[in-house]
Write a new protein. Structure first.
Length: 394
């Protein structure tokens, strides 16, 4: 058995395989930026913003220092702060709610749809019906007295949240919509509409493990609202406009010129890499169905008519922790995204949520497991993952 594991190692992600493909193209670009010594808001940043905006069919792109800062910048540009509340999912990466809290606003959680793991429009509607009241133009949370100002859906794992009903709720109550598209570059909702271009601002991450990864931290905001784009550009440089004159307080949210230069090279490969992820997902879907695992292993739902870019391929697994240990024994990487839903995090104890408040999110945290899905995986590696899981349940 040790022999079997040593034969085919399958890391959760192997970025070296990707670097090998682009090394000859990316190193001269890095050299060129170094030769120019122009490291801040130069030609590559401007070009990347334009190219990503065009790729997503958004009017504007604003390159920023990380996906986290993209969210923070969007919240700041929409004037969200103390006394305000933002509705989001508790089953997501920490930054989604962390940035809301950092503005002084209150994160308000609504449960997820168990099939897609995305914020449930029905849960949001039920929260508003049961706990909120309209006062003039405002929607007030009766429990806290806070103003509900925005929705922040997350396109988790690379699949779009169900935006039509969320946008309808937002319009009805004059809420802003910030899309956490950190895992969703290239993701499409219905009719080819890109995730991150539906609400007021889309927030992307170029963290190395995302589908379009920088050589370090980077991110980008998209918007179709030119006033909002301008507000984000000003806030990105401490709110200085003109330089050294500050009508508003911003921060240093700039993307590096070096990162922009690298990302421009990689953007050209993104669709090819996405197709590789989709091909691997299709392989798993077929192979797991063929293994007849039934309810022991549920493969992810890719909603018909959407484009799922599979930043993660996440299954629901019976005996998840034991399965994960077995995979590790056999040289197969996996990860739990995310083991503790945000309403149960220690830092959010002041929000007064309890275990049981969001059963779908809590169940997902206990049952889900991300399997290797990166585009350079070989068929033998995929087969090894499937055989190991089939053997575990067999
Ligand atoms: C990665 C991620 C972020 C944060 O992006 P960083 O670039 O790591 O700051 C935010 N939200 C979600 C859902 C993410 O996956």
């Amino acid at each position: 058995m040790v022999f079997y594991g040593a034969m085919t190692n399958v890391p959760l992600l192997d970025l070296k395989a990707q670097f090998a493909q682009i090394r000859a193209e990316v190193m001269p670009v890095i050299d060129q930026v170094c030769a120019s010594q122009h490291f801040i808001l130069g030609e590559h940043v401007r070009a990347l913003e334009e190219e990503v905006a065009r790729y997503c069919a958004a009017s504007a792109g604003i390159g920023v220092s990380s996906g986290t800062d993209a969210l923070l910048l969007a919240l700041m540009a929409l004037n969200i702060g103390a006394g305000d509340e933002v509705i989001t999912s508790p089953f997501t990466f920490f930054a989604t709610a962390g940035t809301i809290a950092r503005t002084g606003a209150r994160p308000v959680f609504c449960d997820i749809d168990p099939l897609t793991f995305n914020l449930s429009p029905a849960a949001v509607q039920a929260f508003i019906d049961d706990h909120c009241v309209a006062q003039g133009e405002q929607l007030i949370n009766r429990g806290t007295g806070g103003r509900i100002k925005a929705l922040m859906p997350v396109h988790l794992y690379g699949q779009s949240a169900d935006m039509d009903p969320l946008m309808a709720i937002a319009r009805r109550h004059r809420l802003k919509v910030i899309e956490d598209a950190a895992q969703a570059i290239g993701t499409e909702y219905k009719n080819g509409v890109h995730a991150g271009t539906i609400g007021d601002v889309g927030c992307f991450s170029f963290f190395p493990t995302k589908n379009l990864g920088a050589f370090g931290d980077a991110g980008l905001c998209t918007t179709n609202d030119m006033e909002l784009a301008e507000a984000m550009r000003v806030l990105r440089v401490h709110g200085g406009k003109p330089k050294y004159f500050h009508a508003v307080i911003g921060g240093n949210f700039r993307i590096d010129e070096l990162q922009a230069a690298v990302l421009r090279v990689k953007l050209k490969y993104l669709d090819r890499w996405t197709e590789g992820r989709q091909r691997n997902a299709a392989y798993y879907d077929t192979a797991f169905a063929g293994a007849g695992l039934g309810a022991k292993l549920r493969t992810p739902l890719a909603v018909a008519g959407y484009r799922h870019v599979f930043n993660q391929y996440v299954v629901r697994a019976q005996g998840r922790n034991a399965l994960r240990a077995r995979l590790m024994e056999r040289g197969i990487g996996s990860e739990v995204y995310y083991p503790v839903p945000l309403h149960l995090q220690g830092c959010f104890a002041y929000l007064n949520y309890r275990a049981g408040d969001f059963p779908q999110s809590e169940r997902a945290a206990e049952e889900t497991l991300a399997l290797p899905i990166y585009p350079e995986l070989e068929q033998a590696q995929l087969a090894h993952v499937v055989a190991t899981i089939a053997e575990f349940y067999g």
